[in-house]
Design a protein around this ligand. Sequence first.
Ligand code: AHM
Ligand code: MG
Length: 332
Amino acid sequence: MAKKNQTLGEFIIENQADFQYSSGELSRLINSIRLAAKVVNHEVNKAGLVDITGAAGEVNIQGEDQQKLDVYANDKFIQTLTNREIVCGIASEENDDFITICGQKEDHNNKYVVLIDPLDGSSNIDVNVSVGTIFSIYRRVTPMGSPVTIDDFLQEGNQQVAAGYIVYGTSTMLVYTTGHGVNGFTLNPAIGTYYLSHPDMKFPEDGNIYSINEGNYVHFPQGVKDYIKYCQTEEGDRPYTARYIGSLVSDIHRNMIKGGIYIYPKSSKASNGKLRLLYECNPMAFIAEQAGGKASDGYQRIMDLKPTELHQRVPFFCGSKNMVEKAEEFMK
Ligand code: AHM
Ligand code: MG
């Protein structure tokens, strides 16, 4: 039972029994993500000081090498997840291939794989717009005691045991699910503690926000063009409001609170759209569904797609259930 003002640490302990195999490992895994997110948050918050402290590739006034923030975030999450005896493999949007973690005893007996987009929407950093981290956790499918293989990562989204995102926004929030609803925690930066601020988050069934990069309109499939026209037609509660930050985590976060649909369709320029099935769409789909929303590629459920490669892209329609269903009607 979610209690307001509970800290994330307390919440994780109290809800450990929700996890199918409550050996505490998944709790520790979420804890390490919480920790890495704080470190990354600290760095993201200083991004505007880059002209003072030095840009990526330079040496700052303290004599430290400056890293690009997405590289920094990638390193921090990987380091934090590697230093615990829980994760046997990590795939990151930033790396070409997955990383195998053998564990301190080098026996390959850790249970979970993590797929992560360490800093999504990082082109927004230069202009002080919110960015995010997205993560997805699975139990490995290959036998314990052997190194992970690609099969451990190419699992359908419906096999996720947990997923979440961190939004580095006006406040920093960590939102996650372990398949028992969605809860959001806000970081109090003064004391470095996350508090349960958004218990049991729910996508409104309907909404009036549509989020899509309309600049690509001419390249969109006819169904998407028709749906956009539908959103803009004056009738009932329409026209809807257009809101597009260009930062997936922020766009979905807002729509989950206010009600809306996010679309990144395929186009004549990109036959599968832009977003990655494993690092972006599956975790967001898991959260959306757990919050009563819906996520599809325009035709079928995102989480039932069988991944064929690590960096696979897929069209993405995600948000309030009735809005996604309406968009799907136009795609037929
Ligand atoms: P990235 O993983 O390279 O940061 O790209 C993903 C981002 C999403 O956060 C966002 O929704 C989308 O790209 C915006 O793309 P576009 O500028 O084509 O609309
Ligand atoms: Mg990304």
